[in-house]
Design a protein around this ligand. Structure first.
Ligand SMILES: O=P(O)(O)OC[C@H]1O[C@](O)(CO)[C@@H](O)[C@@H]1O
Length: 450
């Protein structure tokens, strides 16, 4: 097996010579702080050695619960938001058939997602679709109190019980939540649902390699042992004793921070040339945005799907404000083979492509884009993934997590909290007159009346 690779040469050309190497001692200090638990947010470092601490027995237990849902359900709804949703979706969409919901071969249950928005039409349409389906639900929430997720779960639980009866519903509803606290835990214990614990020391956005991600991924039919193996290998490859120059997580973190602090690049666009990676970028956005965006600092994490967005955002990237850099997720080998056919009439003038693989054209688009954007003043970091499979996605996930921990510490923020997320929740609860928010309700009503 290979490793994913990092190429920073086309970013370094925008920096003074030695700028990335100049971060070596700071990176070392960050790695030591993570390892020794001496950094801010040290209560949330459970992800750091999670891969190597995950046992085969535990994965067998996750797989066995997944198998029960696979046997008993045509559809499984994954209820969760943010870190309790994006990792599972990222992997399932990266590995699954792009038209999974239309494929009716009964090999795998259809996986749907809910609890990640408060769209009334979304929930109406979902519950309508589920009316004649044998469906199950995974209720995923670390806090167990997140409004979006709790709202969807309340609807889905009732519907599942109405359609299958309470006794059968009990076998197809699973909770992934805190060991002791929160409504999701109380409900699971009261109803006797199978449940998995999200460790206290693993924050939501770092939880994809816990049952938060692994259970839905296993239900979707993917190999969770291979994902964890990929993460374990990356844990070794990015350990604190790996030399700075050889440690791709250290290099990525240092390059980002060099671009941010020394070249005034405030926005990182993660770009992919495979539509299957759209949700990987969404997961990455939360990981980096929630970890680094605080104390009025932080690189803004943005995402583009190429070549799609080259026809919408391409102009801005090529010639807009020069405050961006690009990190390209490049997949070296596709899983399928499609060649352009020849056409006698050649009305579209594309016969010069006849016999070529579609991926060859995509790769030339990728290279052409890289050259054009670098010429246009956009530093380029490239992450090469040998192939989209479980093993390499496991590597990629852990790589991004450890690089994020290092990068946040280089930025001198606590990468493991998210205090800013509470502001909208507080206002929403005040506006909805949630019990316990009486003073806030009064204050917000007075403010709105002004
Ligand atoms: O798992 P929970 O507690 O429902 O939280 C979901 C998401 O919401 C946040 O807490 C922000 O509100 C994220 O950090 C987290 O990933």
């Amino acid at each position: 097996m290979e490793y994913i690779k990092l190429d920073i040469k086309k970013a370094e050309q925008f920096l003074k010579a030695g700028a990335v190497a100049g971060f070596e001692s700071k990176v070392k200090a960050a790695q030591e702080a993570l390892e020794n638990g001496t950094c801010e947010g040290s209560d949330f470092l459970g992800w750091l050695h999670l891969p190597s601490e995950t046992t085969e027995d535990f994965l067998d237990e996750v797989q066995s619960v997944a198998n029960t849902l696979r046997e008993k359900c045509e559809v499984v709804v994954v209820a969760g938001i943010g870190g309790s949703y994006l990792g599972a979706r990222a992997v399932i969409e990266a590995l699954g058939n792009s038209f999974a919901w239309l494929v009716n071969d009964k090999k795998n249950p259809t996986i749907l997602f809910a609890g990640n928005n408060i769209g009334e039409d979304y929930l109406f349409e979902l519950t309508e679709y589920l009316k004649d389906k044998k469906f199950g639900v995974i209720n995923i929430s670390k806090s167990g109190t997140t409004t979006e997720t709790a709202l969807a779960f309340r609807l889905l639980k009732k519907q599942c019980e109405n359609q299958r009866g309470k006794a059968e519903a009990k076998d197809v509803i699973v909770a992934v939540t805190d060991a002791k606290k929160g409504a999701a835990r109380t409900c699971a214990d009261k109803e006797g649902y199978k449940s998995f614990v999200i460790p206290d020391n693993v924050g939501g956005r770092f939880s994809v390699l816990t049952p938060v991600g692994l259970l839905p991924i296993a239900i979707a039919g993917f190999d969770i042992k291979a994902i964890v193996k990929g993460a374990q290998d990356m844990e070794k490859a990015t350990g604190k004793d790996v030399a700075f120059a050889d440690n791709i997580a250290a290099q990525y973190a240092a390059t980002r921070q060099a671009l941010y602090t020394q070249a005034d690049k405030k926005i990182e666009i993660i770009a992919n040339f495979q539509p299957k990676l759209h949700f990987m970028a969404e997961w990455w956005k939360q990981l980096y945005g929630e970890s680094e965006g605080k104390n009025n600092k932080g690189i803004f994490p943005a995402a583009c799907d190429f070549t799609t967005d080259l026809h919408s955002m391409g102009q801005w990237i090529q010639e807009g404000e020069r405050s961006i850099f690009e990190t390209v997720l490049s997949v070296e080998n596709t899983n399928h083979h499609v060649e352009f056919p020849s056409d006698d009439e050649n009305l579209d003038g594309l016969n010069f492509l006849a016999g070529k693989r579609v991926d060859e054209v995509n790769k030339m688009a990728e290279l052409g884009t890289q050259l054009a954007h670098v010429d246009g003043g956009v530093p380029n970091i490239r992450i090469s993934i040998p192939k989209l499979n479980e093993y390499y996605l496991g590597q990629l996930i852990y790589f991004f997590e450890v690089a994020c921990g290092i990068s946040g510490l280089l930025e001198e923020v606590n990468p493991f909290n998210q205090p800013g997320v509470e502001a909208y929740k507080k206002n929403m609860f005040a506006l909805l007159n949630k019990p316990g928010y009486e003073a806030e309700s009064k204050a917000i009503q007075e403010r709105l009346a002004q």
